[in-house]
Every structure is written in structure tokens, then in C-alpha cells.
Design a protein around this ligand. Structure first.
Ligand SMILES: [Fe+2]
Length: 264
């Protein structure tokens, strides 16, 4: 009996500690989710078109990542890199360039090419929590053949998450109008991915993207994103550009804000 009392007290204390630790971990997860969503709100507030673009890219990249059989950790990383890949475009030196309608001058083109590094610099404080994020964002315009920028990385030296995001990003850039190009059809975008297989894009990932099941899902998401959404966040974000809502895989399940529509 004498031994049972201290044992019971010890077990209760350990249980209390565990609960406290669990509570702190949940709080830390919620804080990290809130930080990322605040950053996404800042993108929306500054530029609704980019806000819609990055959401569509995230939806497409997650479809491709899941088809590739990537684990939850990598999928979360893909979602983060996709949602923040263009944050460097919000830099004061670049915003005017992205919003004017005339063709880019060579000097403007050079300035545009700084956006991956500018993005990585913006995200640098998050490096300790999400080491893949600044690196993945910096590499989203690298090409499989080594002719991309900013570093000219080649093949598998390009982070996997950036290779996945690069395909979804190019696909979305083709199907939606930009300053430097008009929106083209779904089949033209598919053709561009085919043509970039092994030069611009990782050939295995490009093949997967072009496979009927993935293509079908991408087509569905594109169609859904282009529908008018009566009461959705799309309206709040400016309406003209449509985007699927994303799941926010980083959001803790128990007490996060409402789950958003798209379930990849
Ligand atoms: Fe970009």
C-alpha cells in the first residue's frame, strides 16, 4: 500500500505532463498554421490574381504529388511551396512590372527572374520550421535540363517539391492569362507539358501528369476553379480570377478554422 501511493502520484504527474506537452504542441501547430494563413492573406490583399494562381497551383501540385505516391510530409511541403512560390513577385521592384499590360523589356525580364530568390529571402525566417520552403521556392523556375534560373540546377539536384510545383505552375500559367501571354486551352497546356518532358520538366513527373487519371483530376479542378462561386472566398479575393479553395494540410484537425472545399 505504501508503495502504491507514490506510484499513483507519479503516474498522475506524468499524465499531467503529457497532457501539458500535448497542449503545447497543439498550440504550436495552430500558431504555425495561423502564420502561414496570415501570409496567404497578405498575398490575397496585395494581389488577388496571384492569390488565385497559387491556390490553383497548390491544387494541381497536390494531385500530382499524391499520384506519385509521396508521403504526407512531402505533400505538406509541396502545398507550402506551391502557395508561396510567387511571394517574391510582391516585391516593390516587381509589382509594377507584373501589372502593366505591354510586353516585357529585356530589363524587366531580368527583374522578373529575381522573384524566386526574392521569395526565398522573404521566407527565410521560416527556414528553421520549414527547411524545404525557401529552398523549394528558390528552385521553382529551375529546369530539368539545367537551363532554368536562378542557379541552373539540373535533374534531381532540383528539389523534388520544386519539380512537382514547376509542372503545376506552368500548366496554370498557360491556362490563365498573364501580362506576357493570353490564356490558352486545356489541350494546349497539356501539349506544352508533353513538349517540356525531359527538357523543362522531370520526365517521370511529366508522364504522370499526362496520365489519364491525373489529367482527368486536373481537368476537373480547372473546370471547378473556373465556375462562378457565389458565396466563396473567391469573391472576397476579387472574383475575376477563380481558384479552388485548398485544404491547408498544415492545419491541425481538431480546432482549426473550417475545412475548405477542395479535398485532394
Ligand atoms: Fe514563378
Amino acid at each position: 500500500m505504501k508503495d502504491i501511493v507514490p506510484f499513483t502520484l507519479g503516474a498522475a504527474a506524468a499524465g499531467g505532463l503529457l497532457l501539458r506537452e500535448h497542449g503545447m504542441r497543439t498550440k504550436a501547430e495552430r500558431l504555425s498554421a495561423a502564420t502561414l494563413e496570415t501570409l496567404l492573406n497578405a498575398i490575397d490583399a496585395n494581389d488577388a490574381i496571384t492569390g488565385a494562381h497559387v491556390r490553383r497551383v497548390a491544387a494541381g501540385a497536390l494531385i500530382l504529388g499524391e499520384a506519385a505516391g509521396l508521403g504526407e510530409r512531402t505533400l505538406r511541403s509541396i502545398e507550402r511551396v506551391a502557395l508561396f512560390h510567387d511571394i517574391g513577385k510582391l516585391h516593390g521592384a516587381l509589382t509594377d512590372i507584373f501589372h502593366e499590360d505591354s510586353k516585357l523589356t529585356p530589363e524587366e525580364r531580368r527583374a522578373v527572374m529575381t522573384h524566386p530568390i526574392r521569395g526565398a529571402e522573404v521566407l527565410a525566417p521560416l527556414k528553421g520550421f520549414f527547411p524545404d520552403l525557401p529552398k523549394g521556392v528558390a528552385a521553382h523556375h529551375e529546369r530539368w535540363d539545367g537551363k532554368g534560373y536562378p542557379r541552373g540546377l539540373k535533374g534531381r539536384r532540383i528539389p523534388l517539391v520544386s519539380r512537382v510545383v514547376a509542372i503545376a505552375d506552368s500548366f496554370d500559367a498557360i491556362t490563365h492569362r498573364r501580362r506576357y501571354s493570353h490564356a490558352r486551352s486545356f489541350s494546349e497546356a497539356i501539349r506544352a507539358i508533353e513538349e517540356g518532358r525531359g527538357t523543362q520538366f522531370d520526365p517521370e513527373l511529366a508522364d504522370l501528369f499526362l496520365s489519364p487519371p491525373v489529367r482527368g483530376k486536373i481537368e476537373e479542378v480547372t473546370r471547378e476553379a473556373n465556375k462562378p462561386h457565389k458565396n466563396s472566398d473567391n469573391r472576397r479575393r476579387g472574383g475575376a480570377e477563380r481558384a479552388p479553395d485548398v485544404t491547408f494540410r498544415w492545419r491541425p484537425r481538431s480546432r482549426g478554422p473550417r475545412a475548405l472545399g477542395h479535398q485532394p
